[in-house]
Write a protein that binds this ligand. Sequence first.
Ligand SMILES: O[C@H]1[C@H](O)[C@@H](O)[C@H](O)[C@@H](O)[C@H]1O
Length: 654
Amino acid sequence: MSRKQVDHDYNLRSMSNLMGERWKKVNDGGERSLIKAPSSASISSQGASAGVSTAGAPAAASSSSSSTGDLERAARKQFQQDVTPGFVYVLAVFSALGGFLFGYDTGVISGAMLLLKRELDLSALWQEVLISSTVAAAALSALLGGFLNGLFGRRVCILLASFFFTVGGIVLSTAPGKEVLLTGRLIVGVGLGIASMTVPVYIAEASPPHLRGQLVTVNTLFITGGQFTASLIDGAFSYLKHDGWRYMLGLSVLPAMLQFMGFLFLPESPRWLIQRGLTQKARRVLSQIRGNQNIDEEYDSIKNSIEEEEKDSGGDGPVIWRMLTYPPTRRALFVGCGLQMFQQLSGINTVMYYSATILQMSGVRDDRLAIWLAGLTALTNFLFTLLGVWLVERVGRRKLSLGSILGTCLSLSLLAFGFLMSAQHSPPVTFHPLDPAMANTTCSKYPLCEPCMLDPGCGFCYSENGSALLTSSCVPVNKASTEHAAWGRCSNSSLMSEQAYWAYNYCPTSYSWLVLLGLVLYLAAFAPGMGPMPWTINSEIYPLWARSTGNAWAAGVNWTFNILVSLTFLHLAQYFTYYGAFFLYSSLALLGFIFIYGCLPETKGRRLEEIEALFENQLCSCGVSDSDEGRQVEYIRVKGSNYHLSDNDASDVD
Ligand SMILES: O[C@H]1[C@H](O)[C@@H](O)[C@H](O)[C@@H](O)[C@H]1O
């Protein structure tokens, strides 16, 4: 069926929800288009100046929908010209401190661990437990956060999260031993889970539609900003001989307290208030955050949609059950969780974590320098997320996500190819010790650097003249610190760097530039789209009754896959080699592309109340297609029928 054909039987409510305006059916020579009837003064005045006929004249389908596009754009422009009060920015920035803490607390631990394992003599198991306990606690508390959000509201949850961050930071910085450290990391994890699911919802519910994408994306900008700050703090405090980790872990208390104090004065989300029947308060908050705009229309639209939703979502039982048994929310949940899953499966946290090693492969031999340069990776992630903030309202969520995941997939392949070339030109092991006590290790049997490096018990010790390898051996790693070999010339710091270099986890290679290029391209592709979009889109695709639960489950999926990918990476690399692991991530990103292409509708510029309609029919039915005249048509399939939403010149597609 041509996409220009529109069926007879359509659901008017869905469409009026969808565009937030009244719609009329126009019979158009056997084809039906939808054009919008002006309902507000601003629209009619703009519509008149744009010369738009709204009376249902039997115009050609393309011109009527083109006029609809003009009218839509004019209305949007008018809306944007109305003053957006600065208060909404203040509110977004204070909320996004939760994102900053998310980034800081997940980022700071790698640098802190270098000091902790030395000072507290931590075993590999304890190191692993201290790192992953926070993520595991975050996964569980994100789910719990959905329930708390529904019950106490967004504001109380953000206060609760900043309280956990503060207490966790204090416990961590004063911890006398590893058990207390673990307690602190668990407390911080609880804060992380609650903040990660509440903040995007709160910002989305308070923002006007034309700014929503940008303001929610600012939260991810703060996440990456937190990760960058953590790398700077890690670098700076790594010079302290004692207790540097206490400052690293404790400094998060400052933004946490700032957020707590700010939220004592910031309001509850108006949508949650209306849902709870606190209508007077909701009106007050709406006026506060919309400044001099007329809030009646927004208030009514929220209220109506809550009433409609209550009928639609009917039934009893836990919200997640109602979501799963009601097709639109089931589809939204599928899309939301899928996005979060593919975000993590594209390996962002592995790439970030592994960047110091990638830099070492490129010839940066000094550990400290590698830590500082890893900060550059975090900075690149941050800067490209900034690009995402700029792009999200310009190109829309769908195109941004698609472009980003495609770029992620290609750059992962480049990374993998770089690793493959390094492996194929792996330097040989030229020196096999004669001393039987030393020779009888698994390490000394490896003929090349590649298998030696993939064995976590061994490292490659070598000397070179310029870029020519002189002698090399594969020796066991020092169990107490992977920075040295267990014996031989690489076991002694003073000999190392003068006569020999110790490569643990990597091999010297002349293909490092390929890997480095892959890393930079990866961040440039991932950070503007796949980094922020899963959070942004989840904050807007669920109806109010399902919003906190939907976000809770999606955030839970994010944290779960985060831990899964980071815990399996080294094993994956061991069994499939590094290039195998990165080719796997690249194939998963390709699957993600297909998923997004098929299932993600555009939500840009729509009211939260309108977005539910996008999920009311079968999945994979929204997008932009070429019309018969070679123009691009934005369409949606509702209840088995196709509707044009806009008809724009290819150069001017929303
Ligand atoms: O969106 C964020 C961001 O991309 C971070 O850099 C990453 O560490 C998180 O896991 C992710 O959820």
